[in-house]
Design a protein around this ligand. Structure first.
Ligand code: AMP
Length: 199
C-alpha cells in the first residue's frame, strides 16, 4: 500500500462519523482526491481520466463519498435517484438506499426492454442519447440525478431534460468529480448542482 493511501485511510476514519447528517468539511473531501487515480492519455491522447476504482475499493473512502452525496439532498423528499450509465450505476443505488428513495437506471439506447422516452444530445462528432423506462418516474416526483464525473455537461443536461419529459421535478444533480475547465455547470443553469471534488 502506498504511503499516501495509508495516510488517507487514517485521516478518513474521522470522516464517516455516526452523525451523517452533518456536512463533510471541504478539507476532508479533498483528502478523497488522494484516493482517485489520474491516468494520462486515456482513453485517447490529451485526456486525463479520473479513475474512481481506487476510491471504490477503499472502505471508508466509499462510505464517505456516499454519505457526502446524500447529505445535501436529505430531507428534500427525493422519490427517485437516477443513475446515468455506466458509472452513475455505481453510486446512485447506494444514494437511493440512503435517502429511502427508488433507483432508476438511465441507459444508452436500446438497452431497456419496456417502452422508453429518449433525449438525444450532441457530441464532439455526432450525437448520443439517453433512455429511461416511461413508467420509471411519475409526474410531480422529486428526482435526484447522480453520476461520477461532470465533464462537458452534455450527458447531465440530457438526463435532466429526460426526467422533465416524464413530468418529474429535477431536485438536483450530484457528482463525485467536476472538471472545472470544461464548464459543464454552464449547461445546467437553474439546477441545484452539487459536486464533491473539483479539478
Ligand atoms: P460529459 O457529457 O462530457 O459531461 O461526460 C460525462 C460522462 O463522461 C461521465 O459520465 C463520465 O463518466 C465520463 N467522463 C468524461 N470525462 C471523463 C474523465 N476525464 N475521466 C473520467 N470520466 C470521464
Amino acid at each position: 500500500m502506498s504511503r499516501s493511501i495509508r495516510t488517507s485511510m487514517l485521516e478518513l476514519r474521522g470522516l464517516t462519523s455516526a452523525n451523517t447528517s452533518a456536512k463533510p468539511a471541504p478539507e476532508r473531501m479533498n483528502q478523497l482526491k488522494s484516493l482517485i487515480r489520474e491516468i494520462e492519455d486515456y482513453p485517447k491522447p490529451g485526456i486525463r481520466f479520473y479513475d474512481i476504482t481506487t476510491l471504490l475499493k477503499h472502505p471508508s473512502g466509499l462510505r464517505a463519498v456516499i454519505d457526502a452525496l446524500r447529505v445535501h439532498f436529505a430531507g428534500n423528499g427525493i422519490d427517485r435517484v437516477v443513475g446515468i450509465e455506466a458509472r452513475g450505476f455505481i453510486f446512485a443505488p447506494a444514494v437511493a438506499y440512503a435517502l429511502s428513495a427508488g433507483f432508476v437506471p438511465m441507459r444508452k439506447p436500446k438497452k431497456l426492454p419496456a417502452p422508453v422516452e429518449r433525449v438525444e444530445y450532441a457530441l464532439e462528432y455526432g450525437t448520443d442519447a439517453v433512455e429511461v423506462h416511461r413508467d420509471s418516474i411519475e409526474p410531480g416526483q422529486n428526482v435526484l440525478i447522480v453520476d461520477d464525473v461532470l465533464a462537458t455537461g452534455g450527458t447531465a443536461a440530457a438526463a435532466a431534460k429526460l426526467v422533465e419529459k416524464l413530468g418529474g421535478h429535477v431536485a438536483g444533480l450530484s457528482f463525485v468529480i467536476e472538471l472545472d475547465a470544461l464548464k459543464g455547470r454552464d449547461k445546467l443553469p437553474g439546477y441545484d448542482v452539487q459536486t464533491l471534488l473539483r479539478y
